[in-house]
Design a protein around this ligand. Sequence first.
Ligand code: NAD
Length: 282
Amino acid sequence: MAARVIDGKAVGAAVRARVAEEVAAYEAERGRTPLLVTVIVGDDPASEIYVRNKHRACEEAGMRSAHHGLPAGTSENELLELVGELGVDRDVDGILVQLPVPDQIDPDRVVAAIDPAKDVDGLTPVNAGLLAHGMPGLVPCTPAGVMELLRHEGIELEGAEAVVVGRSKLVGVPVSRLLLAANATVTMCHSRTRDLAEVCRRGDVLVAAAGVPGLLGADAVKPGAVVIDVGTNRTDDGLRGDVDFEAAAGVAGAISPVPGGVGPMTIAMLLVNTVAAARARV
Ligand code: NAD
């Protein structure tokens, strides 16, 4: 294996330590600590685990967190009402509605109802619009985590060819916008892209966010490229990324593993966003 393995756990831990210092400084100034409120509708086991980890991370960073667990039969209006209440609650700095929500609820309507100043997932149309316009706002956590990994690795993005596989609102689109803002030349691939491997091979940086285990093999990697694998796919062989790690590592210069790559960054960047949201509020 030629590639350097990018250690998201270590980078995430460093970010979290920095956040803990910022929280202590914020508390000394304001006499309070930032408060993140999470909401889950229903009892999706994966959501429960993700949210539990987020609360643990808040606690470790010295921040407060609270949780609303709503029954699976909750109506869209009931959820919108709670999101509205959290929006006007002066003590709440960050609101996170864990997706997916049950079928009777339109996730887009719920996300759009979150106060953009407290939208620590960075998914509201307002924050997506700010990102599209290159204006400051709250940036989605996973894409922000990808950029933090690239920064940590000292990757020169200016003028680099970056290829992003996936065009979701959650990952593909925002990560492409961030790469563009860093002056990379960005190509976006998706399920209708022809000759996927050939297009991917242009990338000095390759970001995989398709949700298809092992989609990208050695033939999709430019020799020496930096490969960031966002894919988190539960398979019979355990958690797997979108990149065939062993094959790609023979060609890439650096590669993030799954697990232990982007995953730990997502929670770290959520903490960063929550402190930023608290700071930005008067
Ligand atoms: P999504 O299903 O919303 O979007 C997937 C995108 O990939 C789509 O734009 C689609 O066009 C594209 N795609 C699908 N199949 C493809 C193919 N064969 N070739 C090329 N493009 C293809 O998924 P998402 O929410 O963006 O998540 C993507 C992956 O990232 C998933 O595995 C998800 O679990 C993972 N993820 C991880 C984290 C984390 O914290 N590590 C966070 C969010 C998402």
